[in-house]
Write a protein that binds this ligand. Structure first.
Ligand code: TTP
Ligand code: MG
Length: 423
């Protein structure tokens, strides 16, 4: 790591933030749109190295201690030289790199860092779309002018991330999100790659086709059989042959290679309206254990909360649906004075409604919960994402939930969960 933390590296304009209203009034065609993708380097491992100087410059594997079962969540670049990678069984990682430090994951610490990261991103554009715990797309079209150039903006962001978090990230900039993501991976770690429209033939087309977002091992194997090894070959391949092999996906695949049809960066508050958001669960057998029913209600509430937040909504009506083993079904709904978008609060309200209608000793077959009369939440004011006190209640709601959502989006419902012990 060559960059040294220094306060004066922070770009003065970055501190002031971007005038969101001004950006909204500027009209840009897709032709001149500039999209930046930012991805942290060896995220969990880099945080561990930051917090323990003895680990710096050494192979660090995060996912579990030596001898533990499980898989590698990530590892430092020093460990990657030994062939260790995410998803590899810990035992195999230990064989490949026995001298590495093996650490358990520390979700809370990573989440806290991710929250601060989003705060920094929002200083560079009001249009930020987080896609996982350590990466986001930013539509920087309207912000570039304030920094002089897209490169200067990216350098400023990278410096600020380093100065505030002592972590490096890699950024990619292009005229669409597919090439921006591709670009951010090209010079990892601590990379910055800019692809201009006229450079696509030189910078993108010669790259291996598997570098493209959406091209997994299986697709790459079929493409190779057709002699398509580079992105350029895929971009120019006869569409009818691609369709023969990939069906309707053939066209999409070619579009990705050409950087066409890539969707815009969508900040959460812009997503479309819905009337109600709910989930229900039918038990495989009849359930008399109310704790088990409550446990399920908590999981359903988390799913509902997550969908609400991902669409930028909160709602004031909670509806609980309960079906007994004889199929008698009840729905109980109540309008509340507050707006629900927090999992725990949805669950608590659902629990109250359940207690009001549940007839003791009757076996339950189905439980469901939904939130309706939805309001659009202004995420810019609701989720200001400044430096937070992790343990205060408003912080938990406003700062942690979005990151928990990102985690669940990427790694599934069970990656992080509220304690359900006190249901
Ligand atoms: P990635 O961005 O995929 O990986 P990374 O940041 O560790 O390394 P890179 O420099 O290549 O970007 O994922 C971000 C974090 O998500 C990673 O630090 C750990 C976690 N993660 C898992 O827990 N399991 C996984 O399989 C992957 C891929 C990531
Ligand atoms: Mg990363």
């Amino acid at each position: 790591m060559t960059r040294q933390p220094s306060e004066d590296l922070i770009h003065p304009k970055a501190e002031k933030g971007i005038d969101a209203a001004k950006q909204k009034t500027q009209k840009h065609t897709s032709h001149d749109r500039r999209i930046m993708h930012v991805d942290m380097d060896a995220f969990f491992a880099a945080i561990e190295q930051r917090d323990n100087p003895q680990l710096r410059g050494k192979p660090v594997i995060v996912g579990g201690t030596k001898g533990q079962r499980g898989v590698v969540a990530t590892c430092s670049y020093e460990a990657r030289k030994f062939g260790v990678k995410s998803g590899m069984p810990l035992a195999e990682a230990e064989r490949k790199c026995p001298n590495a430090a093996f650490l358990k994951t520390n979700g809370r610490k990573y989440t806290y860092t991710a929250i601060k990261l989003l705060d920094i991103f929002h200083r560079y554009s009001p249009i930020v779309e987080p896609v996982s715990i350590d990466e986001a797309y930013l539509d920087i079209t309207g912000s570039i002018r304030q920094f002089g150039s897209d490169r200067k903006l990216a350098e400023s962001l990278k410096n600020e991330v380093y100065n505030i978090l002592q972590l490096t990230c890699s950024a990619g900039i292009a005229h669409n999100r597919i090439f921006a993501k591709l670009a951010s991976g090209l010079e990892k770690p601590d990379g910055l790659t800019i692809i201009n429209r006229e450079e696509v033939a030189v910078k993108v087309f010669p790259l291996p086709v598997e570098k493209l977002w959406g091209v997994g091992d299986k697709t790459a194997e079929t493409l190779h059989k057709l002699g398509i090894t580079t992105i350029g070959k895929l971009a120019k391949y006869p569409l009818n042959i691609l369709k023969n092999y990939f069906g309707i996906n053939g066209e999409q695949l070619q579009k990705i290679a050409r950087g066409e049809g890539a969707t815009a960066v969508v900040s959460i508050k812009e997503r479309e309206d819905e009337k109600s958001i709910g989930h229900e669960h039918t038990f495989s057998g009849d359930v008399l254990n109310i704790n088990a029913v409550m446990q399920r209600l908590l999981i359903l509430s988390q799913k509902v909360g997550r969908r609400l937040r991902s669409r930028g909504f909160g709602g004031t009506i909670i509806t609980l649906k309960l079906r007994y083993s004889d199929f008698e079904t009840h729905t109980h709904r109540e309008t509340f004075p507050e707006i629900f978008w927090d999992d725990r609060e949805i669950f608590e309200a659902g629990k109250v409604l359940f207690k009001q209608i549940y007839q003791k000793k009757r076996a339950v077959r189905l439980i469901g919960i939904s939130v309706s009369r939805l309001f659009r939440i202004d995420f810019e004011s609701e989720f200001p994402l400044h430096q937070v006190d992790l343990f205060s209640e408003p912080s938990r709601k406003k700062e942690i939930l979005p990151v928990m959502d990102s985690l669940r989006d990427k790694y599934g419902e069970n990656i992080i969960s509220r304690c359900a012990a006190n249901v």
